[in-house]
Write a protein that binds this ligand. Structure first.
Ligand code: PEP
Ligand code: MG
Length: 874
């Protein structure tokens, strides 16, 4: 195999696997050379040579030495300079080039080839002795650091002493001062380290290459590889190129150019250029900065090379990459050289803009544009986010339960939240966990922080639904409701103190932070059009309120996949009527309470049907984990008692009687409808009457889909469906209107998944409830698994919280079994998913593969789901 691969403008010998053999930098420069772009001529010593040289453990093998000599000879011809020459000395820059960036690898060594003789020649040639000596000193010091492990602070001390003695400051004042300084550094190396920087340029090169090889085995590099699973034998290449004197004079400098205007996405040279040298002591901030866009507009004024040419080169790199190009370049005495190119970095918003612009420019097609966007990153465009360039202190980390960032004063109760909000103050509601009685507080606050809970607990689900940022399970915080204090380690916060939460990262931050609110501009809409053309799966939303339904439609939802009717009773009067119904001790009491609920439900449904006119709406019968509705606090119990006109003791008794050890596995879902069929009947009536009314209002027939939750036995569905059908017949008779409706079920218990074939005999559709399915398949509680799941993730036992991203191997397998069995019974049965994972891109990819017809997710995740569904179809 070839040990060394030379390159120069217009010509590069390239191995079959450039990055593997030449590392990133070497591969990149040889690519630029092969694109006929101006690069400094040079060569890359391959990873094969590194292996041959035993990674710097042994002396440079003879074969490599002689290959190096040949390459130097060739480089001398190309440059018209000579290593150790009597005039025009050849100087080299040497850079470690690994396949991925890595800490601990050797820094670049510049100006190899300078020695006591050539430095004087260079000084004469450039007519700038200071520049030559500055370079020489830099070579000696960086050589000594790399090869002899010298301590850089020693060099500073030497310079200080020398300055003191000779009476200069910053840099030596005369050439003799320079000579004296260099001599002193060399003497120090010889006396203290017993080391000498070789005077022969070739030996300098060989030693530096050997030391660079060795840097692969430095402790930080090894640690980095262990952490990222990079194999030890990947190896290091070393790139060598002729020096560009970019700090030589005012016709020199270096810069970074970008191919696009990041604000508009249009092709336009941008970036900046640092002119000349940093003056006497090379200080960066003393350099004059040139804005490339401005320079281009002014015909290159102030720019020491041909700016049109730079523009062309950057454009050429962009069209080769088919992506945003970022180019490092240098100008040496008016001559332009490219040093490095890469795909440019971008924020989420810029990524969308660029992808759309690239399609407009014909650089890529729509499919490629869609694949280039990280679907999850769209979240940042739909919600405010934290300005990351500001300084802030993170005091705790919880679960990222609902995206977006929010800043506000701490309040510890929903009542306080409401009071503060009515005075126009912005608040963050901080609770151990939230209950239905917190809804009014959640609605008026900027964001919600809970100490307990996970990503599908009450706070999380409600916050996502109403689009509020939320962090749950911040277990390292201590909330003392008595003293009104929130402890985060040594930080103590009180009501009224400002905090910031980031529901995308789970961070809790002390004090306020500036928030950025990006706009959903035209490019975002265009990208969504691309997505809609590409995807096969439909995207619906989980919505209960008109506001949610409208927001979801605006985000492109194609119907409602889940209306959790119990969520419609979280507020005010409604929660009272709901409690009355739950607490009723007999059917008569329940029917009375239901009669109050019926008109409220009917009105809600009419509104949802109207908003979603022409689109499917799936309404789920009551599935209340009872504990979420029961009054807990004393004042709540008293209020309920007063409302019901009975004494508090009986209410407390009834609450205790209904108390369950595992409410999530308790008397909920269809179990409730079977114990108390009147609940299902009244709800069905509300749905059918609403369908008739909405149909009349909009002039379009409404086809309601009624969904029965928590089914595990076919007979459960038979039982409830019979009640629904009976009510449908009644309402049709009463109204004289034919109602087209469908009855289906959630598949959210393992038994239902396994028996999907028999259940499909009575169901028109299935919707996978992956929240409960995950809970029951794993046997973990969705309410408090957060406490140990984060440890599982940290320890690598699981990759992600299975409530956030579907566990493909377990829960996923069960879904596949259910899909297959259901379709065997009913080939065209409609299959969707409405658990939280319906908005998770990785899960959506799986659902698409499993052959589901749609996913349903929170309104704010609809655009993410549209993109993810498109990516899954490409
Ligand atoms: C589910 O279990 O996945 C689901 C959508 O229902 P809920 O979250 O209301 O239990
Ligand atoms: Mg469920």
């Amino acid at each position: 195999p070839q040990r060394i691969f030379p390159f120069q403008k217009g010509h590069a010998e390239r191995p079959a696997d450039p990055v593997e053999s030449l590392g990133l930098k070497g591969a990149d420069l040889s690519l630029l050379a092969s694109l006929n772009l101006p690069v400094p001529p040079g060569f890359t010593i391959s990873t094969y040579a590194w292996r041959e040289a035993k990674g710097g453990r042994e002396d440079m093998p003879v074969g490599l030495r002689s290959d190096l000599r040949d390459q130097i000879a060739a480089l001398e011809t190309v440059t018209g300079r000579r290593f150790d020459g009597d005039r025009r000395p050849l100087l080299l820059a040497v850079r470690a080039s690994a396949k991925t960036a890595m800490p601990g690898l050797a820094e670049s060594v510049l100006d190899i080839g300078l020695n006591g003789r050539t430095v004087e020649i260079l000084a004469g040639e450039l007519d700038d002795a200071t520049f030559a000596f500055r370079s020489y000193r830099r070579l000696i010091e960086s050589y000594a650091q790399l090869v002899f492990d010298a301590d850089p602070t020693d060099f500073e001390e030497i310079a200080d002493e020398e300055a003191e003695e000779k009476g200069w400051s910053g840099e030596p004042a005369t050439i003799d001062d320079w000579r004296a300084l260099v001599a002193r550094v060399n003497a120090y190396l010889a006396d203290e380290l017993g080391a000498v920087v070789p005077q022969t340029p070739f030996e300098q090169l060989v030693e530096v290459v050997g030391a660079m090889f060795k840097s692969w085995r430095s402790a930080p590099a090894q640690a980095h590889r262990a952490l990222h699973g990079i194999p030890e034998n990947t190896g290091l290449a070393v790139m060598v190129h002729s020096m560009i004197f970019n700090e030589r004079n005012a016709q020199s400098g270096r810069g970074r150019a970008v191919s696009r205007d990041m604000k508009t996405g249009r092709p336009l040279l941008s970036g900046e250029f640092l002119l000349g040298s940093g003056g006497r002591d090379g200080r960066e901030d003393a350099r004059e900065k040139i804005d490339l866009t401005v320079a281009l507009k002014n015909g290159g004024e102030g720019f020491p090379a041909d700016i049109e040419q730079l523009d062309d080169h950057v454009r050429a790199v962009e069209s080769y990459l088919g992506d945003l190009a970022e180019v490092e370049f240098m100008v040496g005495d008016g001559q332009l050289f490219l040093l490095q190119s890469r795909v440019g970095r971008r924020s989420a918003g810029e990524a969308v803009r660029l992808a759309v612009e690239f399609v407009r420019d014909g650089l890529i097609d729509e499919a490629e544009a869609l694949l280039r966007i990280d679907a999850t990153s769209l979240d940042q465009l739909l919600h405010p986010s934290i300005r990351r360039d500001e300084h802030f202190t993170v005091i705790a980390k919880g679960m990222p339960a609902s995206p977006g960032a929010a800043t506000g004063e701490i309040v510890f109760t929903s009542d306080r939240a409401q009071a503060a909000a009515s005075e126009g103050r912005k608040v963050i509601l901080v609770r151990h966990e939230t209950y239905p009685e917190d809804i009014h507080g959640m609605h008026v606050c900027e964001g919600v922080l809970t100490i307990r809970g996970g990503t599908t607990s009450h706070a999380a689900v409600v916050a996502r639904g109403i689009g509020k940022p939320c962090v749950t399970g911040a277990g390292m915080l201590r909330l003392n409701a008595q003293t009104g204090e929130l402890h985060a380690g040594r930080t103590v916060l009180k009501e009224g103190d400002a905090i910031t939460i980031d529901g995308a990262s789970g961070e809790v931050i002390d004090g306020p932070v500036t928030l950025v609110r990006p706009l959903l501009d035209g490019d975002f809409a265009t990208l969504m059009e691309f997505a809609d053309r590409a995807r096969r799966m439909k995207v619906r939303t989980n919505a209960e309120t008109p506001a949610e339904a409208r927001a979801a439609r605006d985000f492109g939802a194609e119907g409602i996949g889940l209306t959790r009717t119990e969520h419609m009773f979280f507020e005010g009067d409604r929660v009272r009527a709901m409690r009355e119904m739950i607490l009723a001790s007999d059917e008569k009491g329940r029917r009375a309470a239901l009669e109050k609920l019926l008109p409220m439900q009917r009105a809600d449904f009419v509104e949802l049907f109207e908003i979603m006119a022409g689109l499917p709406v799936t309404i789920r019968l009551l599935d209340p984990p009872l504990h979420e509705f029961l009054p807990q606090a004393d004042h709540d119990i008293e209020e309920t008692a007063q409302f019901l006109g009975i004494d508090a003791a009986s209410v407390r008794q009834r609450v205790e009687a209904l108390e369950e050890f595992n409410p999530m596995l308790g008397h909920r879902g269809c179990r409730l409808a079977i114990s108390y069929p009147e609940i299902a009947e009244v709800q069905s009536r509300a749905i059918f009457e609403a369908a008739v009314e909405a149909g009349r209002k909009t002039g379009a027939a409404v086809t309601p889909e009624i969904m029965v939750p928590l089914v595990s036995l076919r007979r459960e569905l038979d039982f409830v469906k019979a009640r629904i059908d009976a009510v449908a017949t009644e309402v049709m008779k009463e109204t004289g209107t034919k109602i087209d409706y469908r009855v289906g079920t959630m598949i959210e218990l393992p038994r239902a998944a396994v028996r999907a074939d028999t259940i499909a005999e009575v169901a028109d559709f299935f919707s996978f409830g992956t929240n409960d399915l995950t809970q029951t398949v794993f046997g973990i509680s969705r309410d408090d698994a957060g406490t140990f799941l984060s440890t599982y993730v940290r320890e690598g036992i699981i990759e992600r919280d299975p409530f956030q991203s579907v566990d493909v191997e377990g829960v996923g397998e069960l879904i596949q079994i259910a899909v297959e069995k259901a379709r065997r019974t009913k080939p065209h049965i409609e299959l969707g998913v409405c658990g939280e994972q319906g908005g998770d891109p990785a899960s959506i990819a799986f659902f698409a593969e499993a052959g589901l017809d749609y996913v349903s997710c929170s309104p704010f995740r609809v655009p993410i789901a549209r993109l993810a569904a498109a990516q899954a179809a490409i």
